[in-house]
Design a binder for this molecule. Structure first.
Ligand code: FE
Ligand code: FE
Ligand code: ZN
Length: 296
């Protein structure tokens, strides 16, 4: 038997108790990764960083094999907004989040590309890539030409309302429009694939996971894929709704989600649950997934 790597699995956790508390909570529910909001998901200001808490967390994470951690931008961050103040807020928040994340090196930062609110997807892509370019150029300037240690992930969206990133082509377009204007190459931009979102977006991961992944590889490049949001969906294929369901209780179903965690192209990625669960619910889902993980 080949030795198999422990799977990376965890869930979204409350950041209210700080980093060490999140690490301890993760371990208590059988997780070795976790996601958290960088600030109130519907608000603005972030809490001041507690350096002591971060140092304690980094020790704890190293001792317990925790990571990579996934920071999620607030929902109010919309780089594709029609109003200047909405776009400026997005840019300020992301720049500040990236600064803060340097205290936990090697983290990932996930954001919803944005909603074009009637301006059209093409304009949305221009606005989103424009923000990323400005943030990264300023970053390079301030850091002697070095990119952030954080990987920035574009989340695949369900296409609810005027969401940008509703298909793989829009994700690729944002990446291309950004990287073509940067003077350096790196692995700064990646993708977080949300199983609920792409299912709601019309990608049939129940009947044709291989085909969906081949399409992702052809359009975006599978090497860009850095994280999976593992969720079931309340809605049918192509519903463009974005309502997460507990694992095995929705329209995607347990068998299809287990094929996702066991797929050779995905199995070494970190999986983050964002199902409507309390901690005990997450503990149960993590245990179930580990049990059905092949070769672990
Ligand atoms: Fe998200
Ligand atoms: Fe998600
Ligand atoms: Zn969602």
């Amino acid at each position: 038997m080949k030795p198999c790597k422990t799977m990376k699995i965890g869930c979204h956790l409350s950041a209210s108790g700080g980093y060490l508390a999140m690490g301890q909570t993760a371990v208590s529910i059988g997780a070795n990764v976790f996601q958290f909001f960088t600030r109130n998901p519907r608000g603005g200001a972030a809490k001041p960083l507690d350096k002591g808490d971060i140092a304690a967390f980094l020790d704890f994470a190293a001792a317990n094999g925790i990571g990579p951690i996934l920071a999620h931008a607030p929902y109010t961050l919309n780089a594709a907004g029609a109003e200047t103040r909405v776009r400026e807020f997005a840019e300020e928040v992301m720049a500040d989040d990236l600064d803060r994340l340097e205290h936990t090196p090697g983290a990932m930062y996930n954001f919803h590309p944005g909603s074009h609110v009637g301006q059209g997807a093409e304009e949305g892509i221009n606005l989103i890539s424009g923000m990323l370019v400005r943030i990264l150029l300023r970053w390079l300037d301030a850091h002697g030409g070095k990119l952030p240690s954080t990987t920035i992930l574009l989340e695949t969206m369900s296409g609810k309302g005027s969401e940008v990133g509703r298909d793989f082509a829009e994700i690729r377009a944002i990446i291309d429009a950004t990287e073509s204007k940067l003077p350096v190459r790196g692995n700064t931009l990646g993708v977080c694939l949300d199983t609920c979102h792409i299912w709601d977006g019309g990608y049939d991961i129940v009947n044709d996971l291989d085909g969906v992944l081949a399409e992702f590889d052809r359009i975006v490049g599978i090497n860009r894929l850095k994280a999976i949001h593992l969720n079931d969906s309340m809605n049918v294929l192509g519903a463009h709704k974005d309502r997460h369901e507990k694992i095995g209780k929705g329209k995607i179903g347990l068998d299809a989600l287990i094929r996702v965690v066991n797929h050779p192209k995905l199995k070494d990625l970190p999986f983050y649950l964002e199902t409507p669960c309390d901690l005990q619910g997450y503990r149960d889902e993590i245990a179930l997934i580990k049990k059905l993980r092949s070769g672990s």
